[in-house]
Each structure stands twice: as structure tokens, then as C-alpha cells.
Design a protein around this ligand. Structure first.
Ligand code: HEC
Ligand code: HEC
Ligand code: HEC
Length: 379
């Protein structure tokens, strides 16, 4: 028995030394220009698929992936973050990425091979040794669901539908309020703004008409100082978002300031308030916003978010309810960011209950800044 074990040990040891010498000699070619030997290709594909299937089984249940706002948000990110490697319905695959090994597959035709949870897992974690990157903000494990919601629709999507989802429907001519303002921007700021407008519109209203409006936060009428600080926090990685961080990184301060000023000057129409809002919930929201709740240690929001406060603190009136609720939940699980401003806010809302979050987001989505109260239909 002992002799058998010794022989096995010697054989394994010789193999390890042989393998090391082969790698060290440089005879093995790591050239991406030559395909793998078929059995090796099969082995890698099998290992990748098995790993994804096993790990995705532990992903928690998805949110509603039919939500048009989620699909629109995922499409907006896909254009920047995935299409350069995987292609999109309106353009084929980039000739450079086709020469990667493994080559990223043309996804509009492959996404359906995976389940919702597997698409989420791949988007959040990436694939080691394949060149498939992980989600750029690991604190934001909520965001990749938007991409998964979009990927589910991708197989067979027409080029027109893709452009509507990834580029939005606003044109500078469509946003009358934005048009005169655009003339003031110089060439490079205008080019950057064209990309922002894919998601936020030129007037900063959000994700466009109808159900997808809440895909992106409203920037119109916001304090310029707040917008600038938010952009700088994304650019420096202090505020977490795998969607906004790559967009803002690399833009210098004067451009960020110009973009913040542009959106703060906009006067986009507010979306109509939801018709079926529960009056009791609305009343609770109004009460908390004005006076807080001493028993549970919730401070009055108006102390910091009222009119004429610190301009680095955001206005909340007319912001999309689902966006407000999502941000509040980020602070509760410590995933918003680690800037001084983010910490001030985090300390204020740590104790909110889920019901209070829904009440407050409904309240603020319905309220309007004082100077525009009563003129909803005109704006
Ligand atoms: C730098 C290029 C690159 C980028 C950017 C990229 N991927 Fe990938 N992706 C890859 C490569 C390479 C693979 C692995 C292909 C393989 O091993 O078969 C891959 C695999 C995948 C797969 C599995 C596909 C299959 O059927 O084999 C999915 C799904 C996927 N990526 C989604 C995404 C999404 C969503 C994004 C954007 C958030 C993205 N990828 C960004 C390169 C990229
Ligand atoms: C791919 C879509 C997309 C693009 C392009 C994009 N944004 Fe955003 N933006 C988002 C999303 C999604 C959020 C919410 C992120 C979060 O949860 O923190 C956001 C948040 C913001 C915020 C914070 C708003 C708030 O109320 O806190 C600002 C400011 C902003 N974007 C400005 C810009 C500017 C300026 C550009 C162009 C340089 C731009 N965005 C391009 C999707 C986009
Ligand atoms: C002590 C001051 C303070 C109090 C009290 C406060 N906030 Fe804030 N809030 C802030 C600051 C500062 C920010 C900006 C954080 C950042 O830039 O990261 C903020 C940001 C927010 C945002 C994000 C807005 C956006 O556009 O992304 C929401 C939503 C919000 N607060 C809601 C509330 C609610 C609801 C309450 C009451 C329960 C409240 N806040 C109480 C200081 C406060």
C-alpha cells in the first residue's frame, strides 16, 4: 500500500514539475490569434457554464423585470457598458472585440440561453480569465437587475426599438426649454451632454414619456451646487453607481460645472401625480417631512431639504417616487456612498421603516416647489 502511494506521489510530482518546465520554457502559445484545441475549448465552456449555474442558484429573487423603467435603465447602460464588446441590434460586433479569445458573443441572439438569475450573476460578477468585467460598483448589487431586465428582451429586438430604449426619445428640438440653453454650451460640453441626454433628456426630466420616466432621476430645477457635488462624487468613486461612475469619470471640473448649471436651469414639466395614491400614506409622508417622528428618531426632512437651505442639499419636490425610495433604501444598507454629505444624510434616515419610506417618497413626488405651486398644467 505504502509503495503504491509513493509511486502515485512521484508520478504527480513529476507531472507538476513537467508542467512547470513547459510553462517556464515559453513553448505554450498564449496567442489570442489561434483558437483553442477543441477539447480544451469544450472543457473551458463546460467549466464556465457549470460555475455560473451553481453560483446563480444562490441569487435572491428578482424585482419585477417587466417594469418599463427598469428595462429602459438597463438599455441605457448596455449601450455604454456592454455594446462595445457584445454588439447591439443597431450595429454589429466591434471588429476588435471579435479578435478576443474567448470572443464576447453577439448577445442579441444569445441572451436567451440564460435564466434571469444567471444574467444577473454574470453582469454583477463578470467572468474571470475571459475579459468579461465585473459590475463597476460592487456596493450596488441592485443595479445589475436593470441590465438583466433589458437582456431578457434583447433576442430579436429591432434596431428601432433598441434606439428608442438606449437613446431615449428626446431630441434637443423636442425639449423647447432646453433648446435656447444649448446654444450657450461650447463644443466639448455639448458632445458630453448628448450622451447624458440619452438617459436624462436634454431638459433633465428623466427617462422619457410614459411608464419609463422614472428610469432616471429628475435633474431639472435641481440646485446646481448639489448636481455638481453629486457628479464629482461619482467621478471620484465616493458615490456608488456602476451606471453613473463610468459616465462621470474622466470629465474635468469645468465640464461637470457646466453640465450641472445646464440641468439646474431647466424647467421640464412635472409628471402628473399618481391618481390612486393612498390618502393616509400621503398624510403620513407630509407629517414626517415637516415634523419627523420623535419616537423612532426620524428627524424632520424639511430641516435640511426645505426651501432656502444649503444649496449642496438636494431639492426633493417632484422627484420620481421610485427613485427617492431606492435611494433611501441604499442609505439603510450603507450602499449610497462614503462622502461627508452622504454620511450626513445616512445618519438622518437610518431608522426609517419601509412604510415611512413609501409615504415619504409619495409625498415628495407629489409636492412642488413653492414658486410653481398651482401652475402644474403650464409646466
Ligand atoms: C471587454 C469586453 C466585454 C464587456 C465590456 C462586457 N463583456 Fe460580457 N463577455 C465578454 C467575454 C470575453 C465573455 C466570455 C465569452 C465566453 O467565455 O464564451 C462574455 C460573456 C458574457 C455573457 C455570457 C454569454 C454567453 O452566452 O456565453 C453575458 C450574458 C455577458 N457577457 C453579458 C455582458 C453584459 C450585460 C455586459 C455589460 C454590463 C458585458 N457583458 C460587458 C466580454 C465583455
Ligand atoms: C446610461 C444612463 C445614464 C447616462 C448616460 C447618464 N446618467 Fe446620470 N444617472 C443615471 C442613473 C441610473 C442615475 C441614478 C444613479 C444612482 O442610483 O446613484 C443617475 C444619476 C445622476 C445624477 C444624480 C442625481 C441625484 O438626484 O442625485 C446626476 C447629477 C447625473 N446623473 C448627471 C448626469 C450627467 C451630467 C450625465 C452626462 C455626463 C449623465 N448623468 C449621464 C443614468 C445615466
Ligand atoms: C441633516 C440634514 C438632512 C436631513 C435631516 C435629511 N436629509 Fe436627505 N439629504 C441630505 C444631504 C446632505 C443629502 C445629499 C447627500 C449626498 O450628496 O450624497 C441628502 C439627500 C437626500 C436624497 C437623495 C436625493 C437625490 O436626488 O439623490 C433623498 C431622497 C433624501 N435626502 C431624503 C430625505 C428624507 C426623506 C429625509 C427625512 C426623513 C431627509 N432626507 C432628511 C441631508 C439631510
Amino acid at each position: 500500500m505504502r509503495r503504491v502511494l509513493t509511486i502515485i506521489g512521484l508520478v504527480l510530482g513529476a507531472q507538476a514539475v513537467g508542467g512547470f518546465l513547459f510553462a517556464w520554457s515559453g513553448l505554450y502559445s498564449i496567442a489570442a490569434s489561434k483558437e483553442h484545441w477543441p477539447p480544451v475549448h469544450w472543457f473551458f465552456s463546460m467549466a464556465m457554464r457549470s460555475s455560473i449555474e451553481t453560483h446563480a442558484a444562490f441569487v435572491s429573487d428578482p424585482p419585477d423585470l417587466d417594469d418599463p423603467a427598469l428595462i429602459r435603465r438597463g438599455a441605457g447602460h448596455y449601450e455604454d457598458g456592454c455594446a462595445p464588446c457584445h454588439g447591439a441590434p443597431d450595429v454589429g460586433r466591434n471588429p476588435i472585440s471579435r479578435h478576443m479569445l474567448p470572443a464576447p458573443p453577439f448577445l442579441p441572439g444569445h441572451a436567451g440561453d440564460w435564466t434571469d438569475k444567471q444574467l444577473y450573476w454574470i453582469t454583477y460578477n463578470g467572468i474571470k480569465y475571459a475579459g468579461m468585467p465585473a459590475w463597476p460598483a460592487q456596493a450596488r448589487d441592485d443595479e445589475p437587475w436593470a441590465v438583466a431586465a433589458f437582456l431578457r428582451r434583447l433576442d430579436g429586438m429591432s434596431a428601432e426599438e433598441y434606439r428608442r430604449l438606449a437613446f431615449g426619445e428626446t431630441t434637443p428640438d423636442g425639449d423647447r426649454s432646453a433648446l435656447s440653453d444649448l446654444a450657450m454650451l461650447d463644443g466639448s460640453a455639448r458632445e458630453v451632454l448628448d450622451n447624458c441626454a440619452r438617459c436624462h433628456g436634454y431638459d433633465g426630466a428623466g427617462g422619457g414619456p410614459g411608464d419609463s420616466a422614472s428610469a432616471f432621476p429628475r435633474l431639472s430645477d435641481q440646485n446646481a451646487a448639489y448636481l455638481f457635488h453629486a457628479l464629482k462624487a461619482y467621478a471620484e468613486g465616493g458615490r456608488h453607481s456602476g451606471i453613473m461612475q463610468p459616465v462621470a469619470a474622466g470629465l474635468d471640473e469645468p465640464i461637470l460645472r457646466t453640465l450641472a448649471d445646464h440641468y439646474a436651469r431647466q424647467r421640464a414639466p412635472y409628471p402628473p401625480p399618481p391618481a390612486d395614491a393612498d390618502p393616509a400614506l400621503l398624510a403620513l409622508g407630509a407629517r414626517l417631512a415637516e415634523s419627523g417622528d420623535r419616537d423612532t428618531g426620524v428627524p424632520a426632512c424639511s430641516g435640511c431639504h426645505g426651501e432656502d437651505r444649503d444649496p449642496r442639499y438636494p431639492r426633493l419636490d417632484g422627484q420620481h417616487a421610485s427613485y427617492i425610495a431606492d435611494q433611501l433604501r441604499l442609505w439603510q444598507r450603507d450602499a449610497h456612498g462614503d462622502t461627508p454629505l452622504s454620511r450626513i444624510m445616512g445618519a438622518a434616515v437610518r431608522n426609517l421603516t419601509e412604510e415611512q419610506i413609501r409615504a415619504l417618497s409619495l409625498h415628495y413626488a407629489q409636492s412642488r416647489p413653492r414658486e410653481t405651486a398651482g401652475e402644474d398644467s403650464a409646466r
